[in-house]
Design a protein around this ligand. Sequence first.
Ligand code: PMP
Length: 360
Amino acid sequence: MYKWEENIRKVEPYVPGAQPRQKDIIKLNTNENPYPPSQKVIDAIRESDLDTAMRKYPDPTSNELTKAIKEYYGLEDEQVFVGTGSDDVLSIAFLTCFNSDKPIVFPDVTYSFYPVWAKVYGIPYREIPVDDGMRVRVEDYGVGEGKHEPNGGVVIANPNAPTGIALSRKEILEVVEANPDVVVIVDEAYVDYSGESALPLLMDHENLLIVRTFSKSRAMAGARIGFAIGSPRLIGAMNDVAQSINSYTKPTLSLTAAVASIADEEYFRARIDDVLKTRARTVLELKKRGFSVLPSSTNFVFAAPSRIDAGLLYEELGDRKIYVRHFNGEKTKKYLRITIGTDREMDSLFAAIDEIMHTY
Ligand code: PMP
């Protein structure tokens, strides 16, 4: 090791799902939308002034998109923070909201980026075990008679990932009310797929921050747009931190695309319905094949095969150009996380599973 390396910050990074460039892969590994974004999104990009969009810096305030989000959700002014995907929004939220010596808390089975941000920003954290059914127990976050050690903040993905299991709005309210002196971040990346949003709770709880993304239900993972909704005080603090790091983060074309997506409600709802129908069928087909499937409120299922090791099935599916996700943690290694694709893609998955199980 060189002397200068003593001053280097060393971290173990988050490992994102593979993004193969070949077209013939059935990609069920990163919870993208199997359907294209609205035609209005494509048209808005095509009709953009590409010279300006490329040559000039984008609007640092994302004014037009902020306004569109505000109107869509019926919010007050200054309640919206726009970032470069919700990973960026969450990262800024961690940096802004968790500046305490006490540990922040989140489930031990959840979005695996949370501990990575905590480590890189030097935020102490404590992981709270989910129960045997992989559920988040709100009692462990200070609700009711539950034990409540002081914490520096709470992060809950609702619905949770990779389990897909949702808490009710009432349960989220209980967690927020049990933790009035810290910020509670609710990551609603998947809430459009039948979760109950915490949005109605914002009015009475200034310490609640809701994080959303355009990557999943709006089929725009490549545009990298996410946002947070919270009280003007909280959003103001996040904007100050964000503007202390980088002014021009959201590309003009991505902002244009996001505004157009919000304007096409009918298409948005129809594609969510498509995914929900395929999800119901997928659960049945997997159960028929001996999988136990956790109740999903998302565009993916977390399913444990019973007749074959999950890691082996993951490898075998990969060999057949079907990509799913396998997390090798103690509690997660029995499961595969499978994104809901089109019906045809899921049929290919079921056929491949049948073929693989036949050979073992
Ligand atoms: N939160 C959760 C729970 C996720 O699964 C993801 C997707 N990996 C994100 C946030 C981030 O998504 P994006 O940055 O594309 O908005």
